[in-house]
Design a protein around this ligand. Structure first.
Ligand SMILES: [Zn+2]
Ligand SMILES: [Zn+2]
Length: 282
């Protein structure tokens, strides 16, 4: 990866095949994109043809690295045995699809807390994650995403992410994706420079900045600490422009992929948000 190259993009639809997502991203000047490697709301995955794979790998050279996001159905912490029995193979399939497409990172919602104690809940997630990582024919890294904290989900607290990595035997293959909307909804305020610096100081002390690989750039419709996950256009939500100004100009995150997951009816919505972010660069 070249230094000083801005890695900025948005989540793109894979309608027509994963390789089409790269073209969509390029059409609005994305230098990176995020995709689902399969439909995110069903378990079934259509096999990737050699043509699609080759076309994707070739196109990725111009835009990479591409980031994948795992299906929302996967829940490695579920109390339902059937869900676990689908989630582990489901994650293995996604890791192997990433390998076939040469995608280095797979963002994962870590899963819910369903055991008696926090430690037991996080140990269960780590154990199931290890099974997937140990059985997938893949070098792709799983990125645990910080969550807003709706319902029983884990990882609304940086400590949870630290503990899952600590309990895992495969922590070398587990990084972190930071979502701005989720952090704010979970109660992390970073709307002033001091609060921003304090939050990253905590992140670094608890998790380690070196494990941060991707940032999701989303404003929040809901208030600080609401625990409700509703993404908003950049600058139009409760976060406002300040946190994004800090992120776009932070030399620590220069080479980290920054990806929009803001509401969209068409590519022009992404285009507007990308331009707002680019205009923040001093
Ligand atoms: Zn996510
Ligand atoms: Zn996200």
């Amino acid at each position: 990866m070249k230094k000083n190259k801005l890695l900025l993009g948005a989540h793109m639809s894979i309608a027509g095949g994963p390789d089409q997502a790269i073209e969509r991203g390029q059409s609005i000047q994305c230098s990176t994109i995020q995709i689902f490697t399969k439909s995110n709301r069903q378990w079934h995955a259509k096999p990737l043809s050699t043509d699609v794979r080759n076309s994707f790998i070739k196109k990725q050279q111009a835009i990479g690295p591409v980031v994948a996001h795992a299906s929302y159905l996967i829940n490695l912490g579920s109390s339902n045995l059937q869900t676990i029995q689908k989630s582990i193979p489901g994650l293995i399939i996604e890791l192997e699809r990433c390998q076939l497409l040469k995608i280095p990172y797979l963002v994962l919602h870590p899963g819910s807390l369903t055991e008696k104690t926090l430690a037991e809940g996080l140990q269960k997630i780590a154990r199931n994650l290890d099974v997937a990582l140990q059985n997938a024919k893949s070098d792709t890294m799983v990125l645990l995403e910080n969550m807003a904290g709706q319902g029983s989900v884990s990882c609304y607290d940086f400590e949870h992410i630290k503990l899952i990595r600590q309990y895992s035997k495969e922590s070398k293959r587990i990084g972190v994706c930071f979502d701005t909307c989720h952090a704010f909804a979970a109660g992390y305020d970073f709307r002033t420079k001091q609060l921003y610096e304090d939050m990253w100081h905590d992140f670094n002390t608890i998790i380690g900045l070196e494990h941060l690989k991707v940032i999701h750039m989303n404003d929040s419709k809901k208030e600080l600490g609401s625990r409700v996950d509703r993404h908003e256009h950049i600058g139009k939500g409760k976060l406002g422009l300040n946190p994004f100004t800090f992120l776009m100009n932070d030399p620590r995150f220069e080479s980290i992929a920054k990806i929009l997951e803001t509401p969209k009816e068409g590519l022009s919505d992404d285009q507007t948000n990308l331009q707002i972010l680019k205009n923040l660069i001093r």
